[in-house]
Design a protein around this ligand. Structure first.
Ligand code: WTA
Length: 655
């Protein structure tokens, strides 16, 4: 946490200049789902508030107690309650006569489209549930899903939920190594994948990565393969099964069994401060309650008329909560887009909004900064009048990007919801409420009703308005992670030991003069690159795993487009030579292969020494100064204070 003061003071100074305010529009407020009194009502009785939100779902057995916090930090919500997540997302809408309503408009990257109604999706999920059961999957078994952005990914997740088998979705951009580690960690026995995925017009193989991962996963019995690209793939008879030869032929009759409110729903891996990713465990009743409530309140969802689009990957928590579980629990119609924003042209997103009359858009600030770079003339060519709420997630949004988004995408009218949350929180925690909150560009504003957030100092005491500190959550919430899969101690240690009794988010933040919350980025060794969480240690480990590397240190440097960018400093082994451009390129590719393309360093600097404290801890703060080309900070704690001069003077290579 040594990095905290330098980084955030700088950010703070920039943010303090921001004075623009966007008051809610009266017409919007009159019809808004959320009201100003929601805060007072939830403050008066938080548990009663969450109990009311849980009524959004159909329970086959009602709970007897809202929260059991007798063994903190291990929470249980809606004790004794029973429900089925897939039933709540599908069957109950069909039973209520809304089977013909569109659940997803799927837009393939190449322009192929599919319209899937709630009735159709229910049948598909029942077929997949029957197939999984036929493969011996029973409640509690883990299933790994490694898929592109296609409807079958959603079907696979819901089929798992339906039979009580926790899924672990591994982002399709991750390498076979990352997939293997996750399969091992949660001991998955079945993998669902596709032959490949379309990316920028090309068919990219996914099945080959599964084959490679499984060389070292003897316990995986079967691989269920969706045909998406039709490309050539290797086939292991007996193990591999085509989706279209199994799921699509299976019975559409399937009775959903109700599970305990605390039954595990999924494990989502996320980077921690050590190299080993953390399996964040979410459970059934509380998670779905918070997804449904936040999706309704934060986006002002009117299920009958809105077209909702979360432009994120299903492989991240944003996709889980706001492409799949929240929207389906609320019976909404969503867009699912497979590809990149610039395929085949830079107006693709706006073309999609125009085509489907999307009314709510949810995306990452990094995307907005990219669109800013491409220019406002591109969205200006499309009709975006249908948009009425636009949101962001994943990293702090710079005031300039917020205002650009509002002006150019939100026709200078729509509320912008800057939503703060984490894989661990399961659902949005801090956000403006459209129609209620006057927006401040760059501020996530206030904890939602039912959530208690604060900014505290080193000793855990709340800071005064106008000051910065650490963001904490002060009371348990329904969609909180229940533990780290298989590692209760790490759960306690990571989140609950920095400030006893408080959940530590790992984020620095500030309360402004009004007490509103501004996020200032991570205070630990986790980077946020284009909204993706990556650990410095994980990338260092990947670099050091290369035969030419002796030592590596990775920092996140401020980047105009991606928020942070990965900059690596490496010491080469002597036999590797002096580190020309080919070596640097080789190392970049090595990281991409080990972890995934998103982890490929923007820049690798070959150095002779790394700055270390006497206890041997690498001082990343100083490397960050170099990476950002700013004056080097205090070097007095360095074991050898001349190292920084050597690094600055003797940079041997770069890319
Ligand atoms: C960051 C994504 C500022 C933060 C849902 C957090 C944000 C991490 C915001 C979680 C925001 C997320 N403003 N920072 N609105 N939203 N973050 O687990 O550092 O992928 O701790 O979850 O992203 O990333 P994760």
């Amino acid at each position: 946490m040594a990095d905290y003061p330098t980084e955030s003071d700088e950010t703070l100074a920039n943010l303090l200049h921001e004075q623009r305010r966007f008051a809610p529009e009266a017409g919007f407020t009159a019809k808004a789902n959320a009201t100003a009194s929601d805060y007072a009502e939830s403050d008066a009785d938080r548990l009663a508030f969450w109990a009311r939100q849980a009524e959004r779902l159909d329970w086959s057995q009602k709970w007897s107690e809202v929260l059991d916090w007798s063994n903190p930090p291990f929470a249980k919500w809606f004790i004794g309650g029973k429900l089925n997540v897939a039933y709540n997302c599908l069957d109950r809408h069909v039973a209520a006569g809304r089977g013909g309503k569109v659940a997803y408009y799927f837009e393939g990257e190449g322009g192929d489209t599919r319209t899937i109604t709630y009735a159709q999706l229910t049948n598909m999920v029942c077929q997949a549930a029957n197939t999984l059961t036929g493969l011996g999957v029973t409640a509690g078994d883990r299933v790994a899903i490694y898929m592109p952005m296609i409807p079958e990914t959603i079907v696979a997740m819901l089929a798992c939920a339906r039979i009580g088998a926790p899924h672990t979705v591994v982002f399709g951009g991750f390498s076979s190594d990352a997939l293997r580690t996750r399969i091992h960690d949660c001991d998955a026995r079945i993998v669902i994948t596709s032959d490949g995925a379309y990316r920028r017009g090309k068919a990219i193989g996914l099945k080959p990565a599964v084959d490679e991962a499984l060389l070292d996963c003897p316990d995986v019995r079967n691989v269920l393969v969706v045909r998406r690209t039709g490309q050539e793939i290797d086939w292991t008879p007996g193990r591999d099964i085509w989706w279209h030869e199994s799921v699509e032929l299976a019975s559409t009759d399937h009775e959903a069994e109700a599970f305990d409110a605390e039954h595990p729903l999924y494990v989502m891996y996320t980077s921690g401060t050590t190299g080993k990713p953390k399996g964040i465990l979410h459970t059934t009743g509380g998670y779905l309650t918070a997804c449904a409530y936040t999706h309704w309140a934060v986006f002002d969802l009117k299920a009958a008329s809105d077209i909702f689009w979360t432009a994120a990957d299903i492989g991240w928590v944003t996709g889980h909560s706001y492409i799949v579980y929240g929207p389906l629990a609320n019976g909404a119609t969503s867009v699912l887009y497979e590809g990149t924003p610039d395929t085949p042209h830079q107006g693709r997103w706006w073309e999609i909004i125009d085509k489907y009359k999307v009314s709510i858009l949810y995306c990452a600030p990094t995307a907005i900064r990219t669109f800013m770079k491409w220019g406002a003339q591109i969205p200006a060519k499309y009709n975006l009048e249908s948009l009425r709420v636009i949101g962001t997630v994943g990293e702090p949004i710079n005031p300039a990007a917020y205002v650009w988004y509002r002006e150019n995408i939100g026709h200078n009218l729509t509320p912008v919801v800057d939503t703060w949350w984490q894989t661990e929180t399961g659902a949005i925690m801090i956000s403006p409420l459209p129609g209620v909150t006057a927006g401040k560009p760059g501020a996530a504003m206030k904890a939602l009703p039912g959530i208690v957030a604060d900014v505290v100092d080193d000793a855990g005491a709340p800071v005064a308005n106008g000051s910065g500190g650490y963001l904490v959550l002060k009371a348990p919430w329904p969609s909180m992670l229940r533990t780290i899969w298989g590692d209760d101690d790490r759960y306690v240690e990571t989140y609950w030991s920095r400030f006893p009794g408080l959940y530590f988010t790992g984020d620095g933040s500030k309360k402004d003069e009004d007490g509103d919350i501004w996020l200032l980025g991570r205070v630990d060794d986790v980077m946020n690159v284009a909204g993706h969480r990556l650990s410095t240690t994980e990338i260092e480990s990947a670099l050091v795993s290369h035969a030419k590397v002796a030592e590596a240190a990775v920092v996140g440097a401020v980047d105009e487009t991606t928020g942070q960018a990965i900059v690596a400093f490496v010491i080469l082994r002597s036999e590797a030579g002096d580190g020309g451009p080919e070596v640097v390129q080789e190392l970049r590719e090595h990281v991409a292969k080990e972890i995934g393309k998103i982890a490929r360093p923007r820049q690798i600097m070959v150095v002779a020494e790394l700055p270390k404290t006497r206890s041997g801890k690498i001082m990343r703060r100083l490397l960050k100064d170099v990476a950002q080309d700013r004056p080097i900070g205090d070097v007095t704690t360095l074991a050898d204070s001349s190292v920084m001069d050597q690094i600055k003077a003797g940079m041997l290579g770069g890319a």
